[in-house]
Structure formats: C-alpha cells, structure tokens
Design a protein around this ligand. Structure first.
Ligand code: RFL
Ligand code: PHB
Length: 390
C-alpha cells in the first residue's frame, strides 16, 4: 500500500489530522489497534476550549457539537464551603463547550467514513520502519491477521501515551521532562442531571473533587484518591458518600444516579522533545501528557495536529519545508503554557499527602486571591478558555 501520510492511532489527534489533510487534498491511512466501538465509547475529556470549538466548526465538524454541546461562560472554585465563580465571558469575552471526547471521536469517524477515508481498526503488530530515511514504512496486521505494509512520505505518531511511535525516536536524541503527582482521580459517569449548571472545582481538606457533566441527563464527577487506590475498594455507596462530604456547600444538593462507568487515572506531566525525528512527527498524548485539572489534554492534541496539517500541506503540496522544520518549536510554546497551567491548577486544588499546614495555607491564599482579584481570575480564565492558535 502507498499513502502520503500514515497515521498511527485513531484518537482525536489521528482522526482530526486525517480529516484536515483530506481537506488539503492529501491522503492518509489511519491505523488503530482498538475497535471502532471501543474508541467511540471511551470516556475521557469533556471540555473544549473556544479555539478548539471554532476550529471544529470551521472544518465542518460543528453540527452535533453546536446542537448537543453545552456552552459554559464560567466555572466555580469551591473552597471553605462556598462558591467563587470565575466569569469567563466577563473576564475574556470567551467561553468553553462541554462536549465529550467520545462525541468528537464519533463525529470525526463519521466524517472520515463519509469521505471514504481509509481507517483500519483492530490492527496489530504496528511497527515503524526507516523513519529517518526518505521512504518510511509502517507494517501491521489487519483485523483478520493479514500482514500489511504502508509506504508513505511521512508518519504521524498519534498513538497516545502508551503507543509505539515515541520509541521510534532513538533514545539518545530524546529529552523527556516528567513530573508525577502523589494522587490519582477516581472518575464516575452517573445517570442523573448535573447538580449545578457549571463545573465546580472543589478544594476540600479530604481532597479535591470535581463536578462536571456530559449532558442535561448525565453527570461526570471526580475524586482525588491515593495513586495506588483500587477501584474494587470503592463501592458506589462509598463514592457517593465521599462526593457528598467534599462537595458540601450551602444551597447545593448532589443528586445521585446509576453509575454508568467508574475508573481511576494516574496523574502526570510529561513532555518529550524533539517532536520530530526524520519523517516521524509525534502529536497529542504521544508527545505530552498533562494532569486533567486544567482540561487541556485533548485541546493540546488538536492544536498539535492543526499545526502538523499546515506543515505537511506546505511540504507535500508546495515543497516548502520551513513549517515541518519548525513543527516542534511552534507546538512546544503552547504545550509548555498548558503544562504550566495544568500544574498550577493541580497544585492549587489538591491535598498533598502529609497534610503540611503551611502548604494548606498557601493553597487557600492562592484560591482566595484567584477568586477575588480580577487580574488573577483573568489569568485562570484566559488559559482555561484557550489562548489563540499561533
Ligand atoms: P488518544 O486519545 O490516547 O488516542 C491514541 C489512540 O492510539 C491508539 N493506539 C494505537 N494505534 C495503533 N498502534 C498502536 N501501537 C497504538 N497504541 C495506541 C489508542 O487505542 C488510541 O485510540 O490520544 P490523542 O489522540 O493524542 O488524544 C489525547 C486525549 O485523548 C487526552 O489528552 C485527553 O483525554 C486528556 N483529558 C482531557 N483533555 C481535555 O482536553 N479536556 C478534559 O476535560 C480532559 N479530561 C482527560 C480528561 C483524560 C482523562 N484520562 C482518562 C486520561 C479526563 C480524564 C479522566
Ligand atoms: C470532564 O468533564 O471529564 C472534565 C472536566 C474538566 C476537567 C477534567 C475533566 O478539568
């Protein structure tokens, strides 16, 4: 097989890249180890920044997002048992949209299939070859086990944090920056209307909690837990009890419902440089991870592939190489901004093991300042709604 760009991974990054390249007349093949049903059902991110929303709309992917997504003009910081609203619209004139990552993925798959795009699900043994030569290749097995090879001009490594692409960059050339946090998030999806019409980021002495949602009928909630906590030890009743305690505030009543899903996710900050090696380009979680507190992961993946589609288009259609040469540098400016923001939100809102009273007072002071100072609130708001794409 021959294509222009072989894309490894059908998450938001790989699928959107394939869509953007097709719009520019560049063909690609997307290789995904999981089934279509699995990637369409995987519950992950829920918040789209304004630049992400505008991009999806401008490339023909806005229809369901605009009818089913929930526009939000602010969030609340909850601490000392009271809410402090950060008014994005007043502070920045911009807003966010709550629309599940799996909905973005469904829209992208539907658009690629309608355009007769080549998406291969349930492939195995994906291996990258000759990424530093002029004829890179990817070998894999199709869903039925047949050995296949795709020859291409470039490979996009969009296979997430646990994918194979990143390891195709020789270890001696890689710099990895990493920070792990001494806590994880236990997340649930519950069949019950949200208990508040916006997101609530709650700092509590027993740990962080987050109230979010997916639709007017489905609530998404998270609890900070120890990193080695096992989901089997958290019965539905124990989860609800803990959520009630942490989210307690005057005039707030948390409604319960059937748990549709629950899981625990570790938290880390991670960046790898360079994002390009020869004809391999890394994008999204394959190149960087942020803790979910800033709601930046999927948005960053989307920003990467917007830049990558521009760079590959300039190169493959016009022979211009300056954008592929500057790909990593351009993306990393946004990535490090999001890294700082996510680390800052995480540090401000979680309880650190050991319960250091000095640190607790510092966190409370930061929360009070962010809630009451217009410049401080604006800093949170402009990062949260998303800085403009370069
Ligand atoms: P993905 O979505 O992980 O997709 C990678 C795809 O590659 C496949 N794959 C392979 N395919 C072929 N060959 C191989 N060898 C392969 N190995 C893996 C995988 O099956 C998968 O389909 O990466 P991508 O596209 O870079 O997208 C990144 C986002 O998924 C991620 O950053 C976000 O989900 C992070 N995130 C959030 N981001 C936000 O922007 N806003 C949020 O509100 C938000 N909340 C979250 C989050 C992530 C969470 N978890 C579970 C990690 C909340 C949580 C709890
Ligand atoms: C979510 O709705 O899943 C969500 C919202 C905000 C975050 C992280 C996750 O910061």
């Amino acid at each position: 097989m021959r294509t222009q760009v072989a894309i490894v991974g059908a998450g938001p990054a790989g699928l959107l890249l394939s869509h953007l390249l097709a719009m520019a007349g560049i063909d690609s093949v997307v290789l995904e180890t999981r089934s279509r049903e699995y990637v369409e059902r995987r519950v992950r991110a829920g918040v789209l920044e304004q630049p992400t929303v505008e991009l999806l709309r401008s490339v023909g992917l806005g229809e369901r997002m605009d009818s089913e997504g929930l526009p939000h003009e602010g969030i609340s910081l909850r601490f000392d048992g009271a809410d402090h609203r950060i008014d994005f619209a007043a502070l920045t004139g911009r807003s966010i949209t709550v629309y599940g990552q799996q909905e973005v993925v469904k829209d992208l798959i539907a658009a690629r299939i309608a355009a007769q795009g080549d998406l291969r699900f349930e492939v195995s043994d994906v291996t990258l070859h000759d990424v530093d030569g002029n004829e890179p290749r990817v070998t894999f097995r199709d869903a039925d086990g047949t050995a296949q090879e795709v020859r291409c001009d470039a490979i996009a490594g969009c296979d997430g944090f646990h994918g194979v692409s990143r390891s195709a960059v020789p270890a001696g050339l890689v710099t990895a920056y990493e920070q792990t946090y001494p806590f994880a998030w236990l997340g649930i999806l519950a069949e019950t209307p949200p208990s508040h019409d916006e997101l609530i980021y709650c700092y509590h002495e027993r740990g962080f909690a987050l109230h979010s949602m997916r639709s007017p009928q489905v609530t998404r909630l998270y609890l900070q837990v120890a990193p080695d906590e096992r989901i089997e030890d958290w019965s539905d009743a124990r989860i609800w009890d803990e959520l009630h305690v942490r989210l307690a505030a005057d005039g707030f009543a948390l409604t319960e419902g059937a748990m549709l899903e629950k899981g625990i996710t570790g938290m880390r900050s991670f960046v790898v440089e360079p994002m390009r090696h020869g004809r391999l380009f890394l994008a999204g979680d394959a190149a960087h991870i942020v803790p979910p507190t800033g709601a930046k992961g999927m948005n960053l993946a989307i920003a990467d592939v917007l830049q990558l589609s521009r760079a590959l288009t300039a190169w493959l259609r016009e022979g211009r190489t300056e954008l592929i040469d500057g790909y990593g540098e351009t993306c990393l400016r946004r990535i490090w901004r999001a890294q700082h923001f996510s680390w800052w939100m995480t540090s401000m809102l979680h309880r650190f093991p050991g319960g250091d009273p000095f640190q607790h007072q510092i966190q409370l002071s930061q929360l009070r300042y962010t809630a009451t100072s217009v410049p401080a609130a604006t800093t949170l708001a402009e990062n949260y709604v998303g800085l403009p794409f370069s």
